[in-house]
Design a protein around this ligand. Structure first.
Ligand SMILES: CC(C)(COP(=O)(O)OP(=O)(O)OC[C@H]1O[C@@H](n2cnc3c(N)ncnc32)[C@H](O)[C@@H]1OP(=O)(O)O)[C@@H](O)C(=O)NCCC(=O)NCCS
Length: 178
């Protein structure tokens, strides 16, 4: 975390910087980045949407997280709802804060920035729980989420836009501290 500060992020103003981090961390083509740009701007206009950024002293964005209160009418929620409902877990979609994206520049990973972004964003949520989706494989993201108290609500969830299956995870708030 040395020299990197976590604080509120105006995602509308810094969308291109955020997507540059996401492209490096997660892998996005130019075409995917252009599509994401519209989606991020639309998300950030949703009621209750909030973002935090991790910034170097010279103002470079090296990580970000954003999310919003879950709305069953949102596309993400409509995709995961049948999976959760079939396991009688769809109450997780109500009174829940959704983490939409979390990415840290590869050169700044493993310093606790991801953990700090996620705990600080959810600490400010009014909802008693949080949900998210992550690629359904063992990954640093899945390990981080589990260590913070997220557990699997559904596996092998298929989003129409993505070839890889996702896991949906949920955690009570505030997130678990080590
Ligand atoms: C997931 C992601 C955001 C995590 O960010 P991060 O800043 O590396 O997260 P943290 O540093 O808080 O934790 C990651 C690991 O570093 C370890 N760590 C934290 N501080 C550390 C330190 N000072 N020294 C050594 N290791 C440390 C954590 O214990 C954790 O270990 P684990 O992988 O064994 O669980 C990042 O890996 C990423 O951007 N991945 C690609 C994009 C992605 O998958 N995003 C999520 C989409 S669902």
């Amino acid at each position: 975390m040395d020299h990197v500060a976590v604080g509120p992020l105006d995602l509308a103003a810094r969308v291109d910087d955020a997507l540059a981090v996401q492209a490096l961390a997660f892998g996005l083509s130019d075409e995917e980045t252009a599509v994401r740009r519209h989606i991020v701007l639309r998300h950030f206009a949703c009621p209750g949407a909030r973002a935090l950024g991790a910034t170097t002293p010279d103002g470079r964005l090296v990580g970000f997280v954003y999310g919003m209160p879950n709305d069953r009418a949102h596309w993400w929620s409509t995709v995961v709802e049948p999976y959760l409902r079939s396991a009688s877990l769809d109450h997780w979609l109500d009174n829940s804060f959704t983490i939409t994206e979390l990415h840290v520049h590869p050169a700044y990973q493993h310093r606790g920035i991801g953990r700090s972004l996620l705990t600080r964003l959810t600490d400010e949520a009014r909802e008693p729980r949080s949900i998210l989706s992550a690629i359904d494989t063992e990954s640093p993201a899945r390990r981080l989420y589990r260590s913070l108290g997220y557990h699997d609500l559904a596996r092998r969830v298929l989003f129409p836009s993505a070839p890889t299956p996702y896991a949906v995870m949920g955690a009570p708030l505030p997130l678990r501290r080590l």
